[in-house]
Write a protein that binds this ligand. Sequence first.
Ligand SMILES: [Zn+2]
Length: 374
Amino acid sequence: MGAERVAIGQEALANRLARHAQDGSLAHALLLTGVPGRGGLALTLALAKHLHCQTSDAAPCGTCPACQQHDQLQHPDLHFTFPVAKPAGKDKALSIDQLEVWRELLMEKGPHIDMVDLRERMALGNKQPYISVHEAQDIQRRLSLTAHAGGGKVQVIYGAQSMRIDTANKLLKLLEEPPKKTLFVLLADNTEALLATILSRTQIIPVPPISAEAIRQQLQAEGGAAEAISDAVALCDGDLAEARRLMLSDAADEFEMYVEWMRTCYARDGRKAAGMADRFHDLGREAQKQFLAYALHMVRQCIVGNYGAKGAVRLRAAEQGFAKKFAAFIHHGNVIDMQSILERAAREVAGNVYGRTVFLDLSMRMMELLHRPK
Ligand SMILES: [Zn+2]
């Protein structure tokens, strides 16, 4: 687990945080922004270990009792809050009830986990996890107790964008009058879903995408096949959680659906497009997002192929056959608009617009674009 915990590709930021930890210049509340697969949690765990280490100020020693407790995610002053759903028969949704699941997942997969991993592990189905106001009360209670050892407490709030408004307001009070020797680390995809008052109380630290090279090396170290690694690196956008998922899937389902959808749009088959919109709808939000990202990738690859940069085309073998035939219908007269309608659809899906509506609208636009003259 030790090596897994390293902030892959984020060494510069890790060093910066370590320097702050060493000279005591950390703000009392940090907000790390960026999708979880970039490693915000890995950075947080490294920082907490550093703060709690009993023998060294320069870097965690790795051998003292505190470091060992950290390696098992069992340090008594390291607290986790993350989005959960209310279990059947309970009246509160609390992450402490899922703490074992959380630890198990992290021990197994390392800290580059995202909500897709967490939802799957908690077997949430279609339930949307969130951080409830009870959670904020729980944090308050926990932080009012004395820290077990030197180094103070670290309260991690993962998926902070899932805080309900009453949760955020309650947390705000804690951030305004922070308990002594407590470091809050909030992790969120971006700042958009957070209250301005929360933002103003935290030091915002953007976590950049991991470089392609660092992801490639990591996937190689994990024993991936060369071709699958190239695909994953090209598609993951600096997100290691996404890269690992791509390594597991050969995108066969998405490819099939993409081919069927493009053919339907090309044939201007409105009835079939409506049926497909229903199917997309039923897939759920995560799969919809993944499909749109895939469609965007395919459209871009067709254009790369058309403009002669064959060597730059990043397609799996089965995809190349289709792309070769279909590339003729994607050209400089429609590609920009195609990208923008796919990107817009992805934003709408992320923003909770009804899936059926998004895909129906998208299909109608795609029909028009596919028949636009070169
Ligand atoms: Zn130590």
